[in-house]
Design a protein around this ligand. Structure first.
Ligand SMILES: [Zn+2]
Ligand SMILES: [Zn+2]
Length: 266
């Protein structure tokens, strides 16, 4: 595989950090550029002139402007929660909107939901004008191919507060890097699919209980099963102070921050 760059555009939980209305020490002190300032989760994979965007939450406009992303080739969506899809309308400006439609890849429940939420972006606005997007359903464990780029899709689920059924979430493996946000339940197949991963980017909301997400401890146990060389925790909430929490983590675990990036080489 050609050299690729993977950038975390946002590592915050659904509220973002600082959280509206909160005056805790993390929320009170963090400013844009600080490692505690966390926009909603999104990532960018760049390889061989192509740009694949993963998720488009409410902060995506600022994230695309900040990283000077003018065009993307596809949007990959992990699941249909607001903090991962609310900004899709803004992503249309990073397509060759009106002349070309680009694919949104998502699992079946997300596709069903997106048809209702962004149906207007899937239809031409006038004769001879193409819509910004078309939908492409991801089959379980399918390998997506974008020219030389192979993206292994990964399946697991997230438990929801206030919902009876878990939400299916799609993660992605590119070479020796895997990206799994919003994870709580998984089966043995996921561990098999992650064999050989060196960098594991994994959702871990805080160092304490959570109904919906891995805690730090659960994410660490998971990374040991995967035998990842390095794990990077994301989807962090406002109880996580980057500097204090980093000191307490095991040596092969680090906290993600907005703008964190790495090279993938096979
Ligand atoms: Zn989320
Ligand atoms: Zn707070």
């Amino acid at each position: 595989m050609k050299k690729a760059t993977f950038t975390l555009l946002g590592v915050g939980t659904s509220s973002g950090v600082p959280r509206v209305g909160c005056n805790c020490s993390v929320c009170h002190d963090c400013k844009p550029g600080s490692k505690n300032f966390r926009q909603r989760v999104a990532a960018l994979l760049e390889i061989d002139g192509k740009k694949l965007l993963i998720d488009a939450g409410p902060d995506i406009r600022n994230q695309l402007l900040e990283h000077k992303v003018e065009r993307i080739d596809a949007l990959l969506v992990t699941h249909n929660h607001f903090d991962h899809i609310a900004g899709i309308d803004d992503v249309k400006w990073a397509t060759d909107y009106r002349r070309e439609s680009i694919p949104i890849y998502a699992n079946r429940p997300t596709i069903v939901d997106l048809k209702k939420r962004i149906g207007y972006l899937l239809k031409p606005v006038a004769m001879g004008v193409l819509p910004a997007f078309y939908l492409r359903e991801i089959k379980k464990w399918e390998v997506l191919e974008f020219d030389s780029i192979k993206v292994q899709t990964l399946f697991y689920s997230q438990q929801n507060e206030g919902h009876s059924r878990p939400t299916q979430v799609c993660g992605f493996r590119i070479g020796n890097l895997a990206f799994l946000t919003d994870i709580k339940q998984y089966d043995a197949r996921l561990i098999r699919a992650l064999k050989g991963v060196k960098t594991l980017i994994v959702g871990a909301i805080r160092d304490g209980e959570s109904v919906a997400h891995f805690t730090f401890d659960e994410a660490y146990q998971f990374s040991k099963l995967v035998k990842a060389k390095k794990s990077v925790f994301i989807h962090l909430d406002h109880t996580v102070d980057y500097h204090l929490a980093s000191k307490r983590l095991p040596p092969n675990v680090e906290l993600g921050y907005d703008g964190w990036k790495t090279e993938i080489d096979g």
